[in-house]
Design a protein around this ligand. Structure first.
Ligand SMILES: C[S@@+](CC[C@H](N)C(=O)[O-])C[C@H]1O[C@@H](n2cnc3c(N)ncnc32)[C@H](O)[C@@H]1O
Length: 301
């Protein structure tokens, strides 16, 4: 959980997909897509810019919902993730029964009612926000990124997006809701440390963490955007099988190590919490957790 290695992104992707599925009806993505198409130039492909793309999970979740012809530009600073990206997209297309082919610029995926041209590039979004031209971009999107960035960084991107006339879609931002079933007496203390750690600088200045969507809404409104939000929570339940158990184990490890890093003086208490959680996971007893996330769509009339 501490880094963004491909294994962690692969482990979380089915939980992300299920969470976004649950949030989708409230967002009405087809209406959002229709609005984008009305605003953009003729019947050209929708131009989508994906920030912090990882191995392409946001495209896999969002592109089929947007439908039609789309051109995606995916950006990340991590060459390892970008190296995994094309294969991950081609395996995804094949798993859907769709055709994909490498092109000179990237990749093309053809499906019924969906045609995707995909290119990717390495760029440090923290260091050089002006380096990515937004000219002709219809939609700026990111998944699991908004909680990593600072308020200043977000303000700059909102201003740039407004100037380009682009809509925004931020998926899967944490919102500080964390619930275990059953609860543990140390949950509140450990969560407070974890949530403080989520607000540390992740390269963009002090991170918004669990306040990300609440911070974004007034900034977007004052830039003239209309917004809608929906809950997209992870529901992880040991009774649901090995993928859920692996996810719970990763969550326990990730929360405990962030909490210890946040306050080394609390390490003994945090490790005792971690051991109790792992012991429960190893035995026949029930263990489940909900991790609160939010989706945010913003558009210009
Ligand atoms: C939580 S992951 C989300 C990845 C992907 N969007 C997903 O939903 O699976 C955050 C992503 O942001 C990328 N990232 C973090 N800091 C970045 C920066 N300064 N510039 C570009 N990408 C960055 C990471 O490499 C990682 O791929």
């Amino acid at each position: 959980m501490s880094g963004f290695d491909p294994d962690w992104l692969a482990l979380r992707e089915p939980f992300d997909q299920a969470a976004r599925e649950a949030g989708a009806p409230a967002l009405d993505i087809p209406a959002f897509a229709a609005r984008l198409r009305r605003r953009h130039r003729g019947d050209a492909a929708l131009q989508v810019l994906d920030l912090g793309c990882g191995t392409g999970a946001n495209l896999r979740a969002l592109a089929p919902r947007l439908g039609g012809a789309q051109h995606w530009r995916l950006v990340d600073h991590d060459p390892q993730l970008l190296g995994v990206l094309p294969g991950a997209l081609q395996r995804w297309a094949a798993s859907q029964g769709w055709r994909s082919e490498r092109t000179a610029a990237g990749l093309r995926i053809e499906a019924p009612r969906l045609s995707l041209d995909v290119v990717w590039q390495q760029a440090d979004l923290a260091a050089d926000p002006e380096g990515l031209p937004l000219h002709d971009t219809d939609l700026v999107t990111a998944s699991a990124l908004l909680d990593l960035v600072s308020g200043d960084w977000l303000s700059r991107w909102i201003a740039r997006s407004r100037e380009a006339g682009a809509a925004l879609c931020f998926a899967l931002s944490v919102d500080d809701r964390l619930h275990w079933q059953p609860a543990d007496a140390a949950d509140a203390d450990v969560h407070a440390l974890f949530q403080a750690h989520q607000r540390r600088d992740k390269g963009f200045g002090p991170a918004l963490g669990g306040s990300a969507v609440d911070a974004a809404l007034p900034l977007l409104a004052s830039a003239g955007y209309r917004c809608t939000t929906a809950a997209s929570d992870w529901h992880i339940d040991a009774a649901q099988g090995p993928a859920h158990r692996a996810m719970l184990a990763a969550m326990v490890e990730g929360i405990a190590s962030a909490a210890c890093e946040q306050n080394p003086a609390a390490a003994v208490r945090v490790q005792a919490w971690r051991d109790r959680r792992h012991a429960r996971l190893a035995g026949p007893s029930a263990l489940a957790m909900t991790v609160g996330h939010k989706e945010l769509l913003a558009w210009l009339d």
